[in-house]
Design a protein around this ligand. Structure first.
Ligand code: BEZ
Length: 236
C-alpha cells in the first residue's frame, strides 16, 4: 500500500513574504515592513551550538558587510530561545577560531522561534527531515517584500556562500537591466536577452540587425560589463 505523507503549504517564488513580529538578538522586528527598500536574506538554521551552523554563522557574519554593500540585509532564525541565541553568539565570538575567522561578532538579528510560528509560516520545518528543527532554508526577498528565490538545504549540508551572493547580484542585475542570467553566470559574463516576440524580430536577430549575439533566434546573449553590473547593484 502507498505510504501517506503530510503536505503543508509553503510560500513560493513570487508570493508576498509572510508577515510576522518577532523577538531577535537585536530587538523586536516587524517583518517584512522593517526591511522595506532593502533586499533581505531570511534564513533558518537547525539549532544553536551545533558545528555546521556555527561554521555558517561565522561565514554569514564575516560577509555581512559584503551583502550590505549589495543592499542586502541578513536575518537568521532557529527554533531556539533568545538566551540560547545570546549564549551561542557570545561563545562564537569568544572561543571559536575557524578558517582564519576569529573574534566574529554576529550583528544581524537572530529570531527566537521556540513556538515555530515563523518557521511554520515559511515551511522551514520539514518533518520528514526533522520535526523539531528547521532545515537550512534561504529566502531572498526583494525591497517590495516579494519572495524572489528560495533554496533549501538539509541538516547535514552547509550552505555555499558564493552561491548566496551570486543569487543576490543576479536577481538585482535581472531587475536593473531587464535580462536573464545563464547557467553559472557571474558578473561580467554575457547575459540572456528575452525571447523574440514575433517572427519578424526572430528574423532580424538572425540577420544580425540587433545588437546581440544569437546562437539561434531563441538563444541570444549580450555583454554587460562587470563594472556596469556593480555600478547599479552596489551601494557607493
Ligand atoms: C549542525 O549544524 O552541525 C547540525 C545541526 C543539526 C543536525 C545536524 C547537524
Amino acid at each position: 500500500m502507498e505510504e501517506k505523507q503530510e503536505f503543508t503549504s509553503m510560500p513560493r517564488i513570487g508570493d508576498k513574504a509572510p508577515e510576522f513580529k518577532a523577538v531577535t538578538t537585536q530587538g523586536e522586528i516587524n517583518f517584512p515592513s522593517d526591511y522595506k527598500g532593502d533586499w533581505v536574506i531570511l534564513f533558518s538554521h537547525p539549532a544553536d551550538f551545533t558545528p555546521v551552523c556555527t561554521s555558517e554563522f561565522m561565514t554569514f557574519a564575516s560577509l555581512e558587510n559584503k551583502f550590505a554593500e549589495a543592499n542586502c540585509k541578513l536575518v537568521g532564525l532557529s527554533i531556539d530561545g533568545l538566551y540560547s541565541h545570546i549564549a551561542w553568539l557570545r561563545s562564537i565570538k569568544e572561543k571559536i577560531v575557524y578558517k582564519g575567522m576569529k573574534n566574529v561578532e554576529v550583528k544581524f538579528p537572530l529570531i527566537e522561534d521556540i513556538t515555530m510560528n515563523v518557521a511554520n509560516k515559511y515551511g522551514m520545518v520539514q518533518p520528514n527531515e526533522d520535526s523539531t528543527k528547521a532545515v537550512r532554508a534561504v529566502f531572498f526577498i526583494d525591497p517590495n517584500g516579494i519572495i524572489r528565490a528560495i533554496i533549501y538545504y538539509p541538516l547535514s549540508l552547509g550552505r555555499n556562500f558564493d552561491e548566496l551572493y551570486r543569487v543576490i547580484i543576479a536577481l538585482q542585475a535581472a531587475d536593473e537591466f531587464g535580462v536573464a542570467t545563464p547557467a553559472d553566470w557571474r558578473p561580467g559574463d554575457d547575459v540572456i536577452v528575452g525571447p523574440a516576440g514575433s517572427c519578424g524580430s526572430a528574423q532580424d536577430r538572425m540577420d544580425g540587425k540587433e545588437e546581440m549575439d544569437c546562437k539561434e533566434w531563441y538563444f541570444c546573449t549580450k555583454k554587460i560589463s562587470k563594472e556596469a553590473i556593480f555600478d547599479k547593484v552596489l551601494k557607493n
